[in-house]
Design a protein around this ligand. Structure first.
Ligand SMILES: [Zn+2]
Length: 64
């Protein structure tokens, strides 16, 4: 699955704050995500993130 920094992921499971959307801060073996609802940041293994993605919301196509 193609996930890039700057993408917003909608996950199947919602965060306790009620948001399902996470901004991608870093990709690699682990993804660093920030909750759009409460700003909480966490690291998750790529495999786990990929399994819980419902959809990828790519707003800003960064064309120079
Ligand atoms: Zn949250």
């Amino acid at each position: 699955m193609d996930v890039r920094v700057g993408d917003v992921l909608e996950l199947k499971k919602e965060h306790p704050c009620g948001s399902k959307r996470w901004q991608v801060l870093r990709v690699g073996m682990d993804f660093k995500l920030r909750c759009e609802g409460c700003g909480h940041e966490l690291m998750l293994p790529r495999s786990k993130v990929e399994k819980s993605i419902k959809k990828i919301l790519r707003t800003g196509e960064e064309n120079a």
